[in-house]
Write a protein that binds this ligand. Structure first.
Ligand code: PRX
Length: 649
């Protein structure tokens, strides 16, 4: 058992919602939550049918769920459009002139787009897509900074039935190329550049590099001018966003799409191979993004809601764009870094826009703690009423700090456990109903049949560790890995019979609360970013000096996990001091800066079992600086261990 989990299990503090908060919340008590949860599990058709009727359907469904494990179809026969649900339907109400997106650029520009204005931009850009021959079902890659046009691009794809695949702006040209090859995307939407900590990230140049050797499937690149940096425009392929917008009008009816029509593909790391394209579809995804935004953030028309995630991650999809806009909420977007120009940028923004609901990640919270409370004390954060956390386990200490220093001791905190694959929040503490326990993700959301099982697939009792599985389909579940159904089945539906295997280890306490320990597969969580060890090993292995590499995580105070690489060089290549940095840069180029190893240790060989498997547990212990425990008699070459542990920086 990890020490983090041990201390979380010992945590005794419980924070009940205040009477005031509960009275105003949609779900007001534990009893109400339990009653609704039971209905959602026993009669999912009734529960989800009722929730779905709050959305706008062009054709009503004939059946709520068709389930043939592992394939689900939700709202069979139903037709709807995500962009219509996020935009058009609000134009019929007083929300028409309400702020849909409040945006601040890193250099300080400010923009507000009302629902009406956002609708207009989306309709026009959807016409630009059509003008550039994008059809329903085409894949469109979006590689943009956090600017309103990123949301416009996503919603415009959704409007005409094109399937978007957003690639995080921190990924490299190689990563873009891999995603284009896998998804067979026909268009890229990008910007000249984006701002990050005062400098300009050359996004268009990365796209050019990705397309250099092989034009692949890409026919068009649309470039939005954001940073004003010089870019190359390839005649016949590249067009400027602003010029294209001049040719179109704002009339673009939302295409009626089948509930199972592919809405987006989002690539994420797994324990083997290259990142997988997680496929999400229309009706079920939108419904759960909507329902969780409504119940977990308890969004109100008066709220100014800010989720700090980038749209390149699933949190940005579900909780910057689709969920809040489907609720008719005001979603705040900020382009840049939290410490630009100074460490109080977030608190300035909260004060200036009177943010009421704030959703961020533990890795950011740990950075805020390190920067010191003085940055926070300078600002009035009294507008906040609810806080959220996502992406990794939050320690009880960080939770308490978040509660006291940011939340002024009055705001409930919703810890939210979910994944790219789950599409929307799965385990949480509904803020008016479920008492929160620091360090614990809480209880399953409606319709979520999550349990913890042992290696034989049997449910374990309280305080016993095991694997997190989900025993019933849920509306926003991934439908497949794009283009690879067998891998979908093998990865998620084979490890534990009859259940979805999440890849996480956890305990439940006596009240059924989930305490998530983290990944139990070869996936790392570095500063809330998901990275596959095999992916980083592949990147290292592509360097001409490297014979073999093994990558493991080690606990890191700030990032949660740090990346440690054990590298065996090719015969005849000496360990030169510059090689460490060169290998780090190489990984940065192949994957992106977030994947650069924190520590590279050169070794003469890697510890392997007699069957040739790398002994990762051992490497983890060495990387974490722990004494080696357990049985090592199957090691091929015991002397390697001693060398590995002493050969660090
Ligand atoms: O290990 C869990 C961790 O993040 C993983 C999913 O990563 P990703 O698909 O990138 O999605 C992140 C945002 C939803 C999970 O397998 N994780 C996510 N949320 C939590 C968490 N671990 C503990 N507590 C959470 N609230």
């Amino acid at each position: 058992m990890s020490t983090a989990i041990e201390s979380n299990l010992k945590e005794k503090r419980v924070f009940k919602p205040t009477k005031e908060f509960s009275k105003a919340a949609r779900i007001q008590s534990l009893a109400q939550y339990r009653e609704m949860w039971e209905e959602s599990i026993e009669r999912p058709d009734k529960f989800w049918g009722r929730e779905a009727s709050e959305l706008t359907w062009q054709t009503k469904w004939s059946k709520v769920l068709d389930w043939k494990e592992p394939y689900a179809q939700w709202f069979v026969g139903g037709k709807l459009n995500v962009s219509e649900n996020c935009l058009d339907r609000h134009l019929l109400t007083a929300r028409k002139n309400k702020a849909a997106i409040i945006w601040e650029g890193e250099p300080g520009e400010k923009r507000v787009l009302t629902y009406q204005q956002l609708h207009r931009e989306v309709c026009r850009f959807a016409n630009v897509l059509k003008r550039n021959k994008i059809k329903k079902g085409d894949r469109v890659l979006i590689y943009m900074p956090m600017i309103p046009e990123a949301a416009v691009a996503m919603l415009a794809c959704a409007r005409i039935g094109a399937t978007h695949s957003v690639v995080f702006g921190g990924f490299s040209a190689d990563s873009i190329r891999d995603r284009i090859t896998d998804s067979k995307a026909v268009m890229v939407i990008t910007t000249d550049g984006g701002y990050r900590r005062g400098s300009i990230v050359p996004l268009k140049k990365n796209v050019d590099d990705a397309l250099r050797d092989d034009p692949q499937s890409i026919k068009k690149v649309i470039v939005f001018r954001r940073a004003g940096n010089d870019v190359h425009i390839e005649e016949g392929r590249d067009v400027w966003w602003h010029r294209e917008m001049d040719y179109v009008n704002a009339v673009c009816p939302a295409e009626p799409l089948d509930s199972e029509h592919p809405l987006f593909i989002l690539y994420t790391s797994g324990s083997t191979g290259k990142p997988k394209g997680i496929l999400h579809t229309t009706g079920g995804y939108l419904l759960q993004a909507y329902a969780t935004s409504k119940y977990v953030f308890d969004l109100r028309d008066e709220d100014v809601y800010w989720c700090t995630a980038d749209i390149g991650w699933v949190t940005g999809h579900s909780y910057v764009v689709y969920g809040p806009l489907a609720c008719g909420a005001t979603s705040l977007m900020y382009e840049g870094a939290p410490n630009w120009p100074e460490n109080d940028r977030f608190w300035r923004i909260i004060e200036e826009y009177a943010v009421t609901v704030f959703y961020t990640a533990p890795t950011a919270i740990r950075a805020f703690i390190r920067w010191g409370d003085q940055w926070i004390k300078k600002h009035d954060l009294s507008s906040l009423r609810l806080l959220g956390s996502v992406g990794e386990p939050i320690s009880p200490d960080a939770w308490m700090w978040y509660h006291n220093v940011i939340g002024g001791g009055r705001c409930p905190i919703v810890d939210t456990w979910w994944q790219t694959e789950t599409g929307a929040i799965m385990i949480t503490t509904l803020p008016g109903a479920i008492p929160a326990k620091p360090g614990s993700a809480g209880l399953p959301f409606f319709g979520v049949d999550a349990v913890i099982v042992d290696d034989d697939g049997k449910e374990v009792g309280p305080n016993v560790g095991g694997k997190v599985v989900i025993r019933k389909p849920w509306p926003s579940m991934l439908r497949s890995i794009y283009g690879d159904k067998p891998r979908y089945k093998k990865t998620y539906w084979s490890e534990v019979k009859g259940a979805y295997f999440a890849g996480d280890g956890a305990h439940r306490d006596k009240d059924g609360y989930f305490l998530i320990a983290g990944r139990i597969d070869d996936v790392l969580n570095v500063a809330g970013h998901r990275l596959g060890t095999s992916e980083i090993e592949g990147a290292l292995g592509s360097h001409p000096a490297v014979a073999e590499a093994a990558v493991v995580g080690r606990p890191d105070e700030l990032k949660g996990q740090g990346v440690v690489a054990f590298v065996v060089l090719k015969g005849g290549i000496a360990v030169e001091p510059h090689l460490r940095e060169e290998l780090r840069q190489h990984v940065g180029q192949v994957i992106g800066p977030i994947a650069k190893p924190d520590d590279i240790r050169f070794a003469e060989g890697l510890p392997k079992t007699r069957s040739g498997k790398i002994m990762r547990r051992l490497l983890k212990e060495i990387a974490g600086g722990k004494a080696i425990t357990g049985d090592t008699t199957t090691l091929e070459d015991l002397s390697i261990i001693a060398k590995l542990s002493s050969n660090s920086d």
